[in-house]
Design a binder for this molecule. Structure first.
Ligand code: NBP
Length: 478
């Protein structure tokens, strides 16, 4: 065969990815379970490059040059296994199967191990940026063997988004499921970012009494500063939009129940297993879940709240600056937590993750692209073994400078009865890390009291238990 790459699964994502490869001069073999999609693509976009359409799996495999590079872009889950089972027997050692779907990293690890036995490279690849990204340049997070990246990397880097400095938003992440894991945490961070932005809006709307159009202006201003990012930019667009049918602000006619597809939930589930506190992502997932409980919220509407006292006009101006500080500080905390999760997973699965490079490839193509990511790259460039982003001098100094405003915003939200789970949990995380002593000592005492779970002492080595019901005598256990 002559095709350098093949794509099977030609719904929106696969079709756009195939066109992206073709537009960059690669010969692309095409296949889809339902052949009409394949023919539609060639009919509509055949002029964009060189496509080799195939009706059967055998034809598709035969169209590819060796070693074969075969991208799967089907619905994640059992369809991915079905497609692997269909193609793997037709492939030869050294061939590469690239799964660009939103697979769970544990599935990717299982598939990679099984295909490695047959001499095939399975490259679980996180692809971010949706339809638009797939066509014009996504952020690409490939896992699998380092060897496969030598063959695939240049092609993936070519079709990837480019950061402002021109570097590709694609880098080798790590073995087996590392790519899909990093994509998952990217999505978790995206949930946290969106929740924090939503809280900032809510505070300006219901705390400062601003109308959506005015809040759009505030966000445009923020987008010119350190919060410069795709999500802040589109937030301003959404807030400025007026519903044509009613003439009301668009945000007021949308049902306030947020949905989710599951990658945020996965991030939190896995963080719980790894023992990593990603409270910002967890609150974001819970906030979406709470918003969807219409029955619960109907009950809640009857509960007493504070007497609403909007902020006086002069104070409202200053308040929006304080909200910017709270938003920035909380964002730094949620990235800190997300990168802690990456670090912990790297240790657990033996992935040598380059955290600075990962921040770097999120600068273009994906939903969380932001100027701020350069700062994370810089922090890890200074110290690759940074135990936490908050150990970076610059981030620590910024949070120190933001903390007064951050505290005022959280306190004002509590006083006015505006829920800010994201801002509040970020501030609590910051304060818990700062605390010289945590009440965890009391928790240990309780655990020893009711369950003889033992405790350590601050002044002596060893494991201790107090005989609570027998004279409260202390006993050293080991
Ligand atoms: P879908 O997730 O809607 O899947 C449709 C494709 O899967 C079609 O090509 C369909 O073939 C094929 N398919 C199914 Br369903 N079951 C199959 C089976 N048993 N055997 C063979 N093919 C099967 O497509 P999409 O929205 O383009 O998404 C593709 C992947 O990309 C998914 O994993 C998705 O999660 C991921 N995704 C990522 C982003 C992002 O921003 N990164 C955005 C959207 C989607 P047919 O035409 O014959 O029915």
């Amino acid at each position: 065969g002559t095709a350098q790459i093949g794509v099977t699964g030609l719904a929106v994502m696969g079709r756009n990815l195939a066109r992206n490869f073709a537009r960059h001069g690669y010969t692309v073999a095409l296949h889809n379970r339902t052949a009409s999609r394949t023919h539609d693509l060639v009919e509509q976009f055949g002029h964009e490059g060189t496509f080799v359409p195939a009706e059967t799996a055998e034809e598709f495999v035969a169209a590819l040059e060796r070693p074969r590079r075969l991208v799967i872009m089907v619905k994640a889950g059992t369809p991915t296994d079905a497609v692997i089972d269909e193609f793997a027997p037709l492939l030869e050692p050294g061939d590469m199967i690239i799964d660009g779907g939103n697979a769970h990293y544990a599935d990717t690890r299982r598939r990679e191990a099984a295909l490695r036995e047959r001499g095939l490279h399975f490259v679980g690849t996180g692809i971010s940026g949706g339809e638009e990204g797939a066509l014009n340049g996504p952020s690409i997070m490939p896992g699998g063997s380092k060897e496969s990246y030598e063959s695939l990397g240049p092609m993936l880097e070519t079709i990837s988004a480019k950061a402002a400095d021109g570097s590709p938003c694609c880098t080798y992440i790590g073995t087996d499921g590392a790519g899909h894991f990093v994509k998952m945490v990217h999505n978790g961070i995206e949930y946290a970012d969106m929740q924090l932005i939503a809280e900032a809006y809510d505070l300006l709307r219901h705390g400062a009494g601003y109308e959506p159009a005015r809040i759009a202006e505030v966000f445009r201003g923020w987008n010119a500063g350190r919060l410069d990012s795709y999500l802040i930019e589109i937030t301003a667009e959404v807030l400025a939009h007026v519903d044509a049918a009613t003439g009301r602000p668009f945000v007021d006619v949308v049902l306030d129940q947020a949905e989710q597809k599951g990658t945020g939930r996965w991030t939190v589930q896995i963080a719980l297993d790894l023992g990593v506190p990603v409270s910002g992502i967890a609150e974001a997932v819970f906030a979406r879940s709470l918003s969807g409980h219409a029955d619960l919220r109907a009950v809640g509407r009857g509960l007493a709240g504070p007497t609403p006292v909007p902020l006086p006009e002069g104070e409202a101006e200053r308040f929006s600056e304080q909200v910017e500080q709270a938003l920035y500080a909380s964002k730094v905390v949620s990235y800190t937590q997300g990168f802690h999760q990456l670090q912990a997973a790297g240790a657990e699965y033996d992935w040598t993750l380059d955290l600075g490079a990962i921040a770097g490839i999120w600068r273009g193509g994906c939903i969380i692209r932001a100027a701020f990511l350069d700062r994370i790259t810089a922090a890890y460039a200074k110290d690759a073994a940074l135990p936490s982003l908050l150990a970076d001098e610059q981030f620590a100094a910024e949070l120190g400078a933001a903390q007064d405003a951050w505290r005022t915003v959280v306190a004002t939200a509590a006083r006015l009865g505006i829920p800010v789970p994201g801002f509040a949990t970020a501030l609590s995380y910051y304060d818990a890390l700062r605390a010289p002593r945590l009440p965890a000592a009391l928790t240990q005492g309780q655990r020893d009291f009711f369950g003889a779970h033992t405790y350590h002492r601050v002044d002596r080595d060893g494991v201790f238990h107090t005989k609570w019901s027998e004279g409260r005598a202390e006993e050293q256990q080991s």
